[in-house]
Ligand binder design. Structure first.
Ligand code: ZN
Length: 514
């Protein structure tokens, strides 16, 4: 059987050695040989790889061809083509200086014989998706630090606003605490002694040492301590999207999953011992609701107990471990014991989700603590007038925002739910004549709170649909002469289903969609 595409390509190649996009294509000769039946030899250095796919374009000689996804061309192209391009020029196909390295090509070719090597190659790995969907990047000279691109940060803010609304409804007051706090405070809290290795320390101009906060707890205690609190005020609930820094070993960095700078949907509840079970139940209810809404049906739960390096008395730990286990059982949580994995100030329940490689990552957490309030002089006035140290419950639903976005990307293969898509609708005029109406449609959607972009340009409509699909834009609004005349749009979903609606109705329908 003859390849349907090879002949016209070869004919065009013979006539012109310039590539379809105008860039000099060093592969034309090689591609011509392939089309005429010569067998490709694997380039030096990559001959240990096995073919990703066997193709028989001519029915005579089995051709070993390999493919990878070219991010700029947004399609799968033969591996040899990109490889030759990378080897012969430092510039990429777009001439933008971002040439394809051999390493990047290796990363993109799945190796079925060695699944462990595919760690860097899976197209649904959040790092691949982050690159392909233009969401974020991490560069070698700033390991563990994330550069969020406009599309990625749009997702970030949507998720942040979502959990902020959930916490506000449950009575949490949002606060903001400093990034840098003095060494003295970290010494009193116990972080300096127990957590010093993970802290970034800077010398302030006045000779004092300051540290970037690795967590927000001591800051929230400062707010609680600022005035006398009566038992009648409890529980007091604070939340903060706290930007934290931890000096993790460079070898443990892993995309968005493990970074040195991250933000948590951090919350602290100050309450009486009698309130612990009810407060943990409120949190577990919130976590279950949020995870279910975001598509995570279940997660693994572990009770992390006292670590060797810890603060607080054994009596504190006995009370906290028993209390947390009891609260977990009361909520029907089936948990395992992670011995010695607790925080230095208290035990924790950890809620872990799995990535595409089957590895567990802690996302949600709830921790019971009487140690930090005791160390930092926190108390409330009990009914009998005595000063009592409150219980501090630390919790986060997402944990690290970046890590949770990574889980979402991998879970949904990049096709985020409609309400989380950075661009929800791509408005595509069929011809130039409808450009004005298409702009009106974009404005109409924007006015209804729908994130819409214009998909115009010289590409054919079919090509623009492919591009929007590759960029995981959930809906296309196609407008031709008929739509412009009637004031309607044709909405095209990811699965290809279409519906014609009046513009106002389409905007209302999309605005109401979750
Ligand atoms: Zn905390």
């Amino acid at each position: 059987m003859r390849s349907r595409t090879s002949v016209p390509v070869v004919a065009r190649m013979a006539a012109d050695r310039t590539g379809p996009r105008g860039w000099a294509d060093p592969n034309y000769t090689m591609l011509g040989k392939r089309a005429s039946g010569c067998r490709q030899r694997p380039p030096a250095g990559l001959d240990d790889r096995r073919p990703a796919r066997i193709d028989r374009p001519h029915g005579r000689v089995p051709h070993l061809r390999r493919y990878y996804h070219d991010d700029r061309q947004r399609r799968v192209v033969p591996w040899s083509r990109g490889l030759r391009a990378a080897a012969s020029t430092s510039k990429g196909p777009a001439g933008d200086g971002r040439g394809l390295s051999l390493a990047s090509l290796r990363d993109r070719v799945p190796c079925p014989a060695h699944p462990q090597r595919n760690e860097h190659m899976d197209q649904h790995d959040h790092r691949s998706l982050g690159n392909r969907l233009d969401l974020f990047h991490i560069q070698d000279d700033a390991p563990g630090m994330v550069f969020w691109h406009p599309r990625g940060y749009a997702v970030y803010r949507l998720l942040e606003d979502y959990i902020r609304g959930q916490l506000r409804r449950l009575g949490y007051a949002e606060v903001r605490t400093p990034q840098l706090l003095p060494r003295d405070l970290w010494e009193r809290s116990g972080h300096w002694e127990k957590f010093r290795d993970a802290m970034f320390v800077v010398d302030a101009g006045d000779g004092r040492q300051m540290a970037l906060k690795p967590m927000s707890c001591p800051g929230h205690l400062q707010i609680f301590n600022r005035r006398r609190r009566s038992w009648r005020e409890l529980p007091v609930r604070f939340c903060e999207f706290g930007a934290c820094h931890r000096d993790e070993p460079s070898g443990s960095m892993h995309g968005l999953m493990r970074t040195r700078a991250f933000e948590q949907d951090d919350a602290h509840v100050f309450c009486r011992e009698a309130d612990v079970e009810a407060e943990v139940s409120r949190f577990v209810g919130l976590l279950r609701r949020v995870y279910a809404e975001l598509g995570f049906a279940d997660c693994a739960v572990a009770l992390s107990t006292r670590p060797p390096l810890r603060a607080g008395s054994d009596a504190d730990w006995d009370w906290a471990e028993a209390g947390l286990a009891e609260a977990a059982r009361a909520n029907g949580l089936d948990f395992t014991i992670a011995a010695g994995q607790g925080a230095f100030y208290g035990p924790k329940l950890e809620f872990a989700l799995r990535d595409r490689l089957g590895r567990s990552w802690q996302c949600g957490t709830v921790q019971l603590d009487r140690v930090l309030p005791g160390r930092l002089g926190t108390s409330y006035v009990a009914p009998d007038g005595s000063a009592v140290v409150p219980v501090m419950i630390h919790h986060a639903v997402f944990g690290s925002m970046g890590r949770f976005i990574a889980m979402l990307l991998e879970h949904h293969g990049g096709a985020l739910p409609f309400w989380l898509a950075p661009e929800q609708v791509a408005v595509a005029p069929i011809a130039r004549e409808q450009a004005g109406y298409a702009a009106t449609v974009v404005d109409g959607f924007a006015a209804a709170g729908v994130r819409a972009v214009l998909s115009a340009g010289d590409d054919s409509l079919a090509r623009r649909i492919v591009v929007a699909h590759d960029e995981q834009v959930p809906v296309m609004a196609i407008v031709g002469a008929r739509e412009a005349a009637a004031g309607t749009v044709t909405l095209r979903e990811r699965d290809g289903t279409q519906a014609v609606l009046r513009l106002e109705d389409a905007a209302a329908v999309l605005a109401a969609r979750r």
